[in-house]
Design a protein around this ligand. Structure first.
Ligand code: 5RP
Length: 217
């Protein structure tokens, strides 16, 4: 099976968790597949809260209403992809640059179902460069602090987030304490969000595989 087929498989398996109401929807190629299959059962939901302009556009193309998070309160379910997950369902996210809104929607949701192809499951997080969203004037300051923490930050040049900020992708990290590192990076002045989802990990991880969808929880 090719990567798109594995993502589709995980996306279809996530439909089992949809139980009406307003669904939190993440960002990325796997979530795009989820939005496409969600369209087939759109009569069973009220709509979605979206984590990016890109997902909002795709949801609307399918005729799925998109709500402001402030208008709906707590969500029962959030479905999103990941760049890496460990066996504790702690994640690296933000390859698509939507990490801040993703973290907000995840925090507002009772259950976070993460969908991915099986290549995203790793023993130790950090092979995928860790995205950090920063306020533009703090880019160099934060980069120097990230070097002190042992990483090699690389500015994602030419990219601006939906919130008008910049991304530093931090290479060469071996993340053995995801919760601690998330707290440390979040505490740096100028950091908006770090793409570590460890304080609030996923509740369920569905991995597309040649043997069929595999669920970890
Ligand atoms: C976007 C994300 C995505 O969920 C992550 O990059 C995975 O994307 P894909 O499903 O395309 O592999 O965090 O900010």
């Amino acid at each position: 099976m090719n990567p798109d087929e594995l993502k589709r498989q995980a996306a279809e398996a996530a439909l089992a968790y949809v139980d009406g109401g307003v669904i939190g929807v993440g960002t990325g190629s796997t979530v795009n597949q989820f939005i496409d299959v969600l369209a087939g059962i759109k009569h069973r939901i009220e709509g979605a809260v979206s984590s990016s302009e890109a997902s909002t556009a795709r949801l609307k193309q399918h005729g799925i209403p998109v709500f402001d998070l402030n208008a709906v309160g707590e969500l029962a379910l959030y479905v999103d992809g990941a760049d890496e997950s460990n066996a504790r369902l702690e994640l690296i996210k933000g390859g698509g640059g939507a990490l801040t809104r993703e973290k907000i929607v995840a925090a507002a949701s009772r259950s976070f179902v993460c969908i991915a192809d099986e290549s995203k499951l790793v023993e130790v997080l950090g092979q995928f460069p860790l995205p950090v969203e920063v306020i533009p004037m703090a880019r160099s300051l934060v980069a120097r602090e990230l070097v002190r923490l042992g990483g090699t930050p690389v500015w994602r040049e030419g990219y601006v987030t939906d919130n008008g900020n910049l991304i530093l992708d931090v290479q060469n990290l071996v993340i053995t304490d995801p919760v601690g590192l998330e707290q440390q990076i979040n505490a740096l002045a100028g950091v908006v969000t770090v793409g570590l989802f460890a304080q609030r990990p996923a509740d369920v991880l569905i991995l597309g595989s040649a043997q069929g969808p595999r669920t970890l929880q």
